[in-house]
Design a protein around this ligand. Sequence first.
Ligand code: PLP
Length: 440
Amino acid sequence: NKPLVEVDKEILDLMNLEKKRQFEGLELIASENFTSRAVMEAIGSHFTNKYAEGYPGERYYGGSEVVDVLEKLCQKRALEAFQLDNTKWGCNVQPYSGSPANMAVYTGLLKPHDRLMGLDLPSGGHLTHGYQTATKKISASSIFFESMPYQIGADGIINYDRLEENAMLFKPKLIIAGGSAYPREWDYKRMRQIADKVGALLMCDMAHYAGLVSAKLLDSPFEYCDVVTTTTHKTLRGPRSGLIFFRKGVKSVDANGKQEMYDYEQRINFAVFPSLQGGPHENVIAGVAVALKEANTPEYVEYAKQVKLNAAAVGKALMDKGYKLVTNGTDNHLILWDLRPQDITGSKFEKACDHAGITVNKNAVVGDTSALSPGGVRIGAPALTSRGLKEQDFIKIAEFLERILKICLEIQGRVGKKLKEFVDELSKSQELKDLKVEVE
Ligand code: PLP
């Protein structure tokens, strides 16, 4: 059995290049993080070789006695990480990632063409929350289900009154809380009231901020939701995977003492396997189990606190310099910087940052008309906080970002608004190259 260096030098070189890129640059993408060595070891383990279609105790393959223990342990840790009572909540740990987890909820709990309402993508929602444009259904969640997204208001905050009005008209079967680029706390209580008023289920996709929920630094969606999904690789700092939490046990008791039980467990498990997926990636489940164990430590809570402090610090530093953030700040791990007052697109700023070794992503800001050339950037603290950066470092980052912005404005002033000319000039800019920042 030969090592990678002998079998495939080409791939090894790419691995090393990517490692160098990750470690030499400043990673500010809000959905990324650096997993621990322990998590990496689990993903690269012999669990990679095992087929285990089915669930613990009821597999379609022999030799599953070890993965059965693994999967049950992962489920137990998932409930513990979110302080959930195992008589009231269950967890499916098999979804391959966040998108399949969401599709499994819709497949299990809805009928084809049932109606759902999630936060619109340009308002900070995710593709899988029913994204469609005026002319095209984009996500399978809008192709196979009828979607009517809700939006943020002019202040960047979710317009719950409008959501309620539209829900009364649209009568969705499912309302989805949670998003990918929303810097504020969610009003789950209000969303529950709206869901109850129209007879809808309430789901939360806490993929982005699950780690902050686990550390009790954000409101818990579990109090009000029927189902909660998450990815495991963002704030949670695990491998790329997905989890679905569902209520179970007694749903209600009528006047005669007759109990009604939740049936989400059977429906969601069936949707994950056999409806949507085949064999679970047991090596990844092992990595998720390790990450969940790590998330259940005081060190992780300290990390999550620092994530919030760092996001707030870079946000405040930018605002102190006179720049505009959507909602004027953040409650969580990310900020949305509105660059329209500076007349620079998010795409141009993202490209300029790449040249300086700073990774951010362009993002729509409230009122944007083009998703391809949006007016802002999303900046997140989870990854660099994992590398030990504190508030004063994030204040420094704000200074770097301002210098990059000034270079962009200078170039745009010279060459006009054409993207190609702008990009050509960027690659020639010595000032940007000199700015290349490295973390210890
Ligand atoms: N849900 C939310 C809120 C997300 O932000 C994302 C990814 O960015 C997903 C789901 C999808 O996760 P994945 O990319 O793992 O399919």
